[in-house]
Each structure stands twice: as C-alpha cells, then as structure tokens.
Design a protein around this ligand. Structure first.
Ligand code: NAD
Length: 253
C-alpha cells in the first residue's frame, strides 16, 4: 500500500493491463484508493507502483479471480485497508478462440464462463454484504459488444458476456432499494493486450469475418475507463441497470 487519501475504496479487477489499468489509474488520480486485482503479479505491482509514484493509494491482490479463495482475499483486503468497498469494477476477462458452438471444447467453455461470468458473480457476492451494511455502493461490469450481438466473438465469450448483462440487471433490480447501483459497459474493439488465438480457416472465425466491417474506430483503454468512472460516480446516481455501449456506434449499425 502506498500514499494516503480519503477517497472511496475501489476494487478494479484485471487492473494490471488494458481497460482495468486505465480505470485504476483514473480512480487513483481523482483520489480514490484502489485495490488492483490481477492474475499477473508483475503487472499488478507495476500499476500499484505507478499509482504510488503519482501520489495515489493502491494495493495489489494477485491470483485467479475465478477461485473463491482469491475473491475472499480481495474482499478482506479491501475491507481491511479501505474500511469497506464503495465501488467494485468487475473488469477482468479473457477472449475465446472465436469458435462456433459445435467446436467449443469443454475446457474452453468452462474457463471462459468461469473467468468472465462466475468471477464477477463471486466478487459481487463477496462485497455485497459490505455495501449493504454501508447502505451504498456501485458495481460496474465490463461486458462487451459480444453481450449485444452474436457476431463479435465465439460462442463461449458471447454467452459469458450476455451472462454479465443478466447479472448486471439482476444486481440493479435486487438492490435498487439498498443504495447500490449496478451497470455495465460494452466496449467495442479496444487497444489492449487481450489476445485471440483463432484459426481463420475454422468455421467460427470464417462465419464471423464479414460482420467485423461495422466495428468502427478501435478505442483507447482510457475511453473505456472514462465510462466506467462515470457509472461509478455520483453523476450517475439515477443510472442503474444500464448497459452502455462504448463502441464508436458499432451497436447502432
Ligand atoms: P487485457 O488482457 O489487456 O487485460 C485483462 C487483465 O485481466 C489482464 O491483466 C489479465 O491478467 C487479467 N485477468 C485475466 N484473467 C484473470 C483471472 N482469472 N483472474 C485475475 N485477473 C485476470 O484485456 P482488456 O481488453 O483490458 O480486457 C478487460 C475487459 O474488457 C475484459 O473483460 C474483456 O472481455 C473486455 N473487453 C475488451 C475488449 C477489447 O477489444 N479489448 C472489447 C470488449 C470487451
């Protein structure tokens, strides 16, 4: 833990890279205290260092967020260091192989659903008692353009991100009387380290290829972070259950 601030306690998952890193830096820059959660210890520590050098406050928790024990460690660390959790950003995620349903292996299906959908559920479940006790909280989930259509990714990723939208809406409805809001962003193509290993001659990628003509401009991670910060802020005090495309209009095509 570095620095000192009286801001909100914010958990950002997948904060070692890309959209999560940009969000962690932006929260810290406005005085929030940030728990940087990531699978990659080197990346997480680098972001904590960067925040500390800029005068902010951050702590890293590393591990696979699809494991309950790691999630418990994230929640316990946030409560111990920040006295609670004001904001949870469920952002960590992995891409699939763009495979069509008939070609998805059990291992790929289980991994993608666990990281992209089960982990956000586990994290929400772990922090909700603290948000409920405080009578306030904001949850922002990073879904995807693939949460809005069938043509942006393979079957596993598409199903996982549609699930994130369902989880977001359930959270929004269930806790609307408890001062807790839940919203999601749906990024279009964004310049990050996320990787796709797709066999372009296979059925899935070949079927998807023609649909990518509508993708629009690839965004910067900071543009996604700005939407996350808005949804987590008091400026969005009446925004609950919203699924916000941040995609240069891809979803409007
Ligand atoms: P990224 O690969 O740059 O960053 C993701 C981070 O999440 C990495 O640091 C990685 O170590 C971490 N992570 C992955 N699995 C984890 C796990 N099991 N436990 C803990 N940490 C884990 O990618 P990104 O593009 O910044 O992705 C962030 C989110 O944005 C993801 O949910 C992704 O699906 C979503 N998204 C990205 C794009 C895009 O074009 N980049 C588009 C739509 C949605």
């Amino acid at each position: 833990m570095t620095g000192g601030s009286n801001g909100r306690g914010v958990i950002v998952t997948g904060a070692g890279s890309g959209i999560g890193r940009a969000a962690a830096l932006a929260f810290a820059a406005q005085g929030d205290r940030v728990l940087v959660a990531d699978l990659d210890a080197g990346r997480a520590d680098a972001v904590v260092r960067e925040i500390g050098e800029a005068g902010g406050t951050a702590v890293a928790v590393t591990g696979d967020l699809s494991e309950q024990a790691v999630v418990d460690r994230v929640a316990a660390t946030a409560v111990e260091r920040f006295g609670g959790v004001d904001v949870l950003v469920n952002n960590a995620g992995i891409m699939d192989s763009m495979s069509a349903p008939a070609d998805v292996s059990d291992a790929e299906w289980e991994r993608v659903i666990r990281v992209n959908l089960t982990a956000p559920f586990l994290l929400a479940r772990a922090v909700l008692p603290h948000m409920l006790a405080a009578g306030r909280g904001a949850i922002v989930n990073t879904a995807s353009e693939a949460a809005l259509r069938g043509s942006a990714a393979g079957a596993a990723y598409t199903a996982s991100k549609h699930g994130v939208v369902g989880l977001t809406k359930s959270l929004a409805v269930m806790y609307r009387k408890n001062g807790i809001r839940a919203n999601a962003i749906c990024p279009g193509g964004t310049a990050t380290a996320i990787s796709v290993e797709a066999d372009r001659t296979a059925h899935g990628p070949a079927a998807l290829g023609p649909h990518f003509v509508n993708l629009g401009r690839v965004s910067r991670p900071e543009e996604q972070a700005a939407a996350i910060l808005f949804l987590a802020s008091d400026a969005a005090s009446n925004v609950n259950g919203a699924i916000l495309p941040v995609d240069d209009g891809w979803s409007a095509v």
